[in-house]
Design a protein. Sequence first.
Lengths: 647, 188
Amino acid sequence: MNHLWYKSRYPREALKAKAPPNARGGVLRIYLNQTVVELVEAPTDVVATYSYHKPDEAKAPKTKAEWIKPPTRKPLDKEGEGRQSSSHQPLGKEGESLHQTSTQSTTVVSPDGAFIYRQYTGWINADDEVCLNVLMPDSSAYIIPNNPTVASVGYNATYVWRTAWYVYTDSYGRGVVVGRGVVKAWAVDPATLDKKMLLGQWPVDLRNGYVTYTTSIPLSWPNQFVGMELCFVPYYSASYVVGANATLGFRKNAIPSAGGTYFLGISPVDRSQNVGGAVFYYLLNPPVRNLVFGPFSLVDGYYGQTLNLDMTVYVPWSTSTCPTLTVTTYVGELAQFSLDSASFAASRYVSITRECIYEVRRSVMLSPDAVGLWYDEARARDKAVAIKVSFSLPVSELIIYRVDISGRRFAENYIDKNVFQWQGLIFRGFISQTTRYCGSARLPQVNGTVVLTNIETYSMAAGDVMDYLAVVRGAPSDYVIDAVRFRVRPAEAFVGVGGVYVKGYTYQEPWWLTWAFRVAQVVKSAADFFGLIPGPLSWFIDRVFDLQRATQPDIQTSTTAEYVEVYWRPGIYDKIYQVAFKMDVSRRDRVIEVVDVEVAGDYRFCMFSPVAVPMPVVAPPSLYNPQLMRHWIFGMRVTNNVPFADR
Amino acid sequence: MSFLFLVLSPIVLSFPYFVYGFFVGLDLWWGFRLWVGLMGFGYYVFLLLQVAYYACRLPLVYVAAGGVVFLLFFLSMTAPGLVALALVGFFAAVVLALLFGVRSGVFHYSWLAAVVWIFLWNLVGGVLSIPARLVFGAGEMWLWWEQPPAHPAYALAVGAAGAAATSILGRSKTLVKRMCQAAPPRHA
């Protein structure tokens, strides 16, 4: 806050400003380095306020403070815990006092989250209340249909770090108190954001042409899903420009499934510490041409992004004349959007190992269009961003120092708004797996690649409790899923596969073919003496039936004492790029272990290593409200725009 | 000589199943299709050898006719819907083998005897292959890209059961005219 003391200057006409008629508090005018700030004694329900004037060329005394209106209250109002009036503090103590307030809270709270409210311009009748809309991306695609004025802070919010108000009207002089701003804390329905109960409100008088702040409004309802509103009530009918900004600082309790605390609002994000397997050392055998990193995903979506790539690449090459290496990066769930391309010359050649070595460093600023795109992804089933790096030559060795996405993430407020678009599925886990050649020894050492497959788990919270395992073809996109093998541990947690859903081309057998095999089945049964004793002839008819069955999907379940294993494959002519298994489950903690996913294009690829997804039991008390549960298990829901072909 | 036909027949039947990996390793798709053709051809020759045991000879023209069976099975896996050709190939294999038996007089020049024989052959072979069916018969999912539709040992056992059934039914003069005994083959 101290920067305000130095940057703002006092306009000449503001010296003529008068306190509003109904202003009860004192006003301390402070001159410091040609800056003038008026500290206004806060109204009863306001923690602390101050305001400053927009910069002006007017000169002010270097250092001076004077009471232009004596305070009406004692320096520290003991009745209002957490509140603080600045008006009785000496100049030197004032900033210190405000700072203490902030420091006291930041011992437990990081003031990271922020909501910005959209400016309102227009005529407002006296005493009519106008609540400001929460700022959204500048796109009609993100219009919030319901409760657009509610910024959802969620559970465990601790305090509003600061709000900033600005009001201006031509109808009245600068400095005149023309109305009041009201900070409202509501208990809201987490699913609809409908306001259920007003928890508290803090009014602050707003002076025409001034920026007015409040600080340290406590939010002491950790068990309530809190929504914040900023509303303006003018004292006079006029045409107003009302702008407001609120910075909300809060902390949420650690959620075991989420792996730590997180916050809402718009906050800086650096995923470099959380990219998992991407920061890695790869010895690639056989050498590959394409690598896919990520996907990176955040629970709240992205706001602004920077992509950083830093790695060392080794390319086997027989001469010291190294070729140029081109790295192309993509974004999107399937790496379908080309983002950036850059060429790199070899930094050196190692003659002993006959390798060209490249130092690849690239930082890409993402355009607003990409932001919009990514935010749209964020609202959808999968917010993941995949980065594909293509090499012009087979790469044998790779050391990755950094692959990350920096930026800002959106408040889940925006996601929550579109409640009608969501189903009951709750996202439980997301894993990206790079598949490799199943039998690399027999395959050529060039034109290799790795393929990304995305594995997602969901639970149905409302109604029947069910688990879903979805396997989605990643990048590149010219590979199809040929087999999925997974286990559910413990075996008791698995009741059965209730359905297999696929996306992609599926072969439909013509009716005459079906009937031909039915006739063959009759012949076989007759030859077997009505199916009782199948002999060598019947054995071979079964092999012919095997050929027919190969054109249909098949699934097999086997049970051990520890787990149940499910093996599924599509038909030989099917081209499946997404498959989801619906499983009935008992209500106990379980783990879905994906043993293998096989994909095929020109070659077949298998998973490099199994992955396991813990699936904590869905807590029965949360069943009534999927949205509430979503907040506790760090999940997200899927939209209903996910057309599966039921098989 | 005729006994050699009988001994060789299970090997001919099961051989494709033992070399499945080789074919698929050559090329996933074309290797697989070639193998399917070989499987059909192997079964046809297996049936042919049963009749040849009775006839004490194996005419090359009937072996060459196996090319049709091979083609039908091979083409059955080249496009969706063509799998019906595998059914056609199966019936073609049976009919061609029985045709050999009927024309050569093994089945008394009677199609009725030929049909009764193959029905009984299947039943007797079924009884004899019960142990193999108990061991290998569990219907597991066929992962066509990495394994044959049946275990090679299962194919070998079924082939052996079929050969044994051929030997047993050969003792019935009503069904089978043992040509080797009645009139030795010309080349013998």
